[in-house]
Design a protein around this ligand. Structure first.
Ligand code: ADP
Length: 168
């Protein structure tokens, strides 16, 4: 039976760290829904529609290369509810460091209590992309730094537009 996963996040903006997790999730699931969270209690830099468009653009090579079917959705409630809505039996999350571990495992366990039928799977970040965080990318971009090592060109253009800077 085909396996469907749900990968929730802010993706504000999508980074090479997210793309690493998506590409590796192809070994676990046949279809992956990328869930763009719109209700995180935090103000997003890039609007949800643009975040989805960017995800569509930058994940195309992953689908082509791995055969993973990727779908896109926004959600503003619980990840478990969104996962169930999309008929996903797995939630995929990435782990960068000990603080991710503490937070993610706790959240995974609370989600597991609410939805015992949905398993959360954690993928350890790859060494090359482990340090990347969307929040730091935004800080660096705001201060005029070069974020090309951390996010795809399409995402840089969206960050620049959101910050109203001339594009690279
Ligand atoms: P959130 O706002 O929920 O932290 P993010 O979009 O930043 O959303 O992250 C979504 C998921 O992707 C989280 O599980 C996070 O740990 C993971 N993630 C983010 N950056 C990386 C990275 N560089 N490597 C691996 N996983 C990552």
């Amino acid at each position: 039976m085909a396996r469907t996963g749900f990968y929730p996040g802010s993706f504000d903006p999508v980074t090479y760290g997210h793309l690493d997790i998506i590409a590796r999730a192809a070994r676990i699931v046949d279809k992956l829904i990328l869930g763009v969270g719109t209700h995180h209690g935090k103000q997003a830099l890039i609007d949800a529609e643009t975040r989805i468009r960017l995800l569509e653009e930058v994940t195309k090579p992953i689908s082509e290369h791995t055969g993973l079917k990727i779908a896109f959705a926004t959600f503003d409630g619980l990840a478990v509810d969104a996962a169930r809505h999309h008929h996903a039996g797995l939630i995929v999350r990435g782990l960068r460091d000990a603080s991710d571990f503490d937070y993610e495992v706790q959240m995974g366990q609370m989600n597991g209590a609410m939805a015992p039928d949905i398993e959360t799977v954690f993928l350890a970040a790859s060494p090359a992309t482990r340090m990347i965080a969307s929040s730091l990318v935004k800080q660096i971009a705001k201060m005029g730094g070069d974020v090309s090592l951390f996010i795809p060109r399409e995402a840089q253009a969206a960050v620049d537009a959101a910050l109203k800077k001339p594009s690279h």
